[in-house]
Design a binder for this molecule. Structure first.
Ligand code: ZN
Length: 600
């Protein structure tokens, strides 16, 4: 343990109270709720399977009320089992409860899957009558969503065959990829290490060590070259045949549909981001200067810059976050205050507790819980702001039905990143030491680049390989590496030299295999918020009430419809450029500070 971890943080006693869910792991209500959910699902199956298309809107409304009730019970049990386990993952009894809740939850889902399928398959006239009826209030968007899949669903026997064969098809390849990479060892300084252990050394202040780590990754990937190339090609071909069978227009259409955005919006995002790769290049030229290096190579990208070691106690963090929130809008601060007052946060660091941070939305009839591991550094204050942003969003959306409570990935990070931005600006404003200001800025910039620019550069790689495979057949390892280098070099320009040795680094990224098309959503979320923040700076106090309405709407409407009242058109390139402009200005500020600290 380092010294910082041993100093008191003030968060040692900050633990959550899960009593709003269940009295404890032995609470008989847990089993009772699981049984009740399963019994209700059996009734639903008996009364409605095969009959949904024939239901009147009133009957459908009643059926969905039962369905929501089942989801609520299952959600409570699932959330409790997870949160209870996260508090102490080393306790086998907690693990067993989580496992049991997961197994029963998935059995329940299998029983209920017919509901969405039958709703999707119902004739258009029937669905139009449902959608127009008052019974669908609070469920309309959910039903619209389910219905959108209609043109892409196959007949029931076909769906059954596809899902059964996927187990030994794409899912098997996905698992093989994960297992092969999990088992792979990389030779580093005479030791055999996992990939993550070697990748961690890219953050070393010692340049030689970083270079050796990069070489170790490259030679490990070289050994797996044939396997990785084969798995990639298989997944690309599988995706192509799936999209063809389901009549999706392009390789990304199915993903966009799940994200509730249209292809044009995603194209606007990608176009805006790729047109501002100059911001990345400018930053890395500055980083090169700050590190005192003549050239930056691929293994220098994560070289650490001086960080601020300023410490913030838990009480400091609480008042910084609440004050920053209150200056934006008192109602946001009030919603966040409840998390502290009612013990909805677990912030203490202790052995066995799950690492990292999250806000669990639980179910709208209860309230969210936040987990983090507070170590009193500036980044912990930012994490608190981030997770409370999620928490406030989930809390405010609590009036939505369980079917429309959650937002798709594209907007799920709105309140979290926005909250983080409010606190970041506040920390920056109160910091007078130029070196500490520069440290805050560079770490925020590198985070933003990782979510905005890097993900779009990866999306360009995915675009190239999916379309390449469809147009000209199997891709060789050399071709994949060429496409990887071309799409990544486009982002860095002349600021970082990506050596040919870096060419094979496409071959370990699990998203490309497990969730094709996924990565751009990170960029979408980040830039959406930066642009909203720019909009807030433009319109001032009038912004906050509209923003609150958007949060309270949860997932009850399309993202583009949710942000429209805020004066935002997602298909408009200039909107995305507003967000990019903020990053551009932050790089400018970092350059100015660097000139003060370390004149050229
Ligand atoms: Zn988040």
């Amino acid at each position: 343990m380092s010294d910082t971890q041993q100093q008191p943080t003030g968060a040692e006693e900050i633990t959550w109270d899960l009593g709003d869910l269940y009295a404890g792991a032995d609470d008989p209500a847990i089993e009772g709720d699981m049984d009740a959910a399963e019994a209700a699902a059996d009734d639903l199956d008996r009364d409605f399977r095969g009959r949904i298309a024939g239901l009147s809107a009133i009957d459908l409304g009643e059926m969905l009320q039962t369905y929501e009730g089942i989801e609520d019970l299952a959600g409570r049990v699932g959330a409790f089992a997870y949160l209870h386990w996260a508090s102490d993952t080393g306790d086998a009894r907690r693990g067993a409860l989580l496992q049991r809740a997961t197994e029963r939850g998935s059995r329940l889902n299998q029983k209920l899957v017919f509901v969405e399928l039958e709703l999707a398959h119902a004739p258009n006239e029937v669905a139009a009558a449902w959608l127009a009826s008052p019974e669908m209030a609070g469920r309309r968007h959910w039903l619209e969503q389910v219905r959108r899949y209609r043109p892409h669903l196959l007949t029931e026997p076909e769906e059954k065959i596809l899902s059964e064969k996927a187990v030994t098809g794409r899912n098997a390849w996905d698992r093989f990829f994960d297992e092969a990479h999990g088992a792979a060892r990389y030779e580093f300084d005479g030791q055999k290490l996992t990939r993550d252990q070697v990748l961690a050394r890219l953050y070393s202040p010692d340049r030689e060590e970083r270079a050796r780590a990069a070489a170790a990754i490259t030679s490990g990937l070289e050994e797996m070259r044939r396997t990785n190339t084969y798995v990639f090609n298989t997944i690309l071909a599988d995706k192509a045949s799936d999209d063809r069978l389901r009549s999706y227009e392009s390789w990304i259409s199915a993903r966009n549909m799940a994200n509730e955005v249209d292809d044009q919006t995603v194209e606007a995002l990608v176009e805006a981001v790729t047109s501002r790769f100059d911001i990345v290049a400018r930053y890395y030229r500055l980083k090169k200067r700050l590190l005192g290096l003549d050239e930056l190579y691929d293994y220098d990208r994560y070289a650490p810059l001086p960080a601020t070691d300023r410490r913030y106690t838990w009480d400091d963090a609480r008042s910084i976050v609440l004050n920053a929130y209150a200056r934006f809008e008192p109602r946001v601060a009030q919603a966040a205050q409840e998390f502290f007052d009612r013990r909805w946060i677990d912030a203490a660091v202790r052995p066995g507790k799950l690492g990292g941070a999250f806000s669990h939305g639980v179910v709208p009839s209860v309230h969210p819980y936040v987990l983090m591991n507070y170590e009193a550094l500036a980044r912990d204050v930012m994490t608190l702001a981030h997770e409370l942003g999620h928490g406030v969003h989930q809390k405010l959306a609590g009036k939505q039905s369980i079917l429309q409570h959650r937002t798709p990935l594209t907007t799920a990070e709105t309140a979290s990143v926005f909250g983080e931005m409010l606190v970041f600006q506040d920390l920056l404003a109160r910091e007078e030491d130029p070196a500490a200001r520069l440290a805050l800025l560079t770490s925020k910039l590198e985070d933003s680049f990782a979510t905005a620019f890097r993900q779009v550069a990866m999306n360009r790689f995915e675009h190239a390989i999916h379309t390449g495979r469809r147009e000209s057949g199997e891709l060789s390892a050399e071709r994949l590496s060429e496409l990887w280098l071309a799409t990544q070099r486009a982002m860095f320009g002349d600021s970082v030299i990506l050596r040919d040795d870096y060419g094979l680094w496409w071959s370990y990224i699990p998203h490309f295999i497990g969730a094709p098309g996924y990565v751009y959503a990170y960029a979408f979320g980040e830039l959406l918020v930066l642009a909203l923040y720019a909009r807030y700076q433009e319109v001032g106090a009038d912004f906050a009430p509209l923003y609150l309405d958007m949060l309270a709407a949860g997932g009850s409407n399309w993202p583009h419809a949710l942000v429209r009242p805020l004066g935002v058109d997602l298909q408009d390139l200039s909107f995305w450029h507003k967000g990019l402009q903020i990053l551009d200005e932050m790089v400018g500020e970092a350059e100015a500070l660097a000139a003060v600290i370390r004149p050229t």
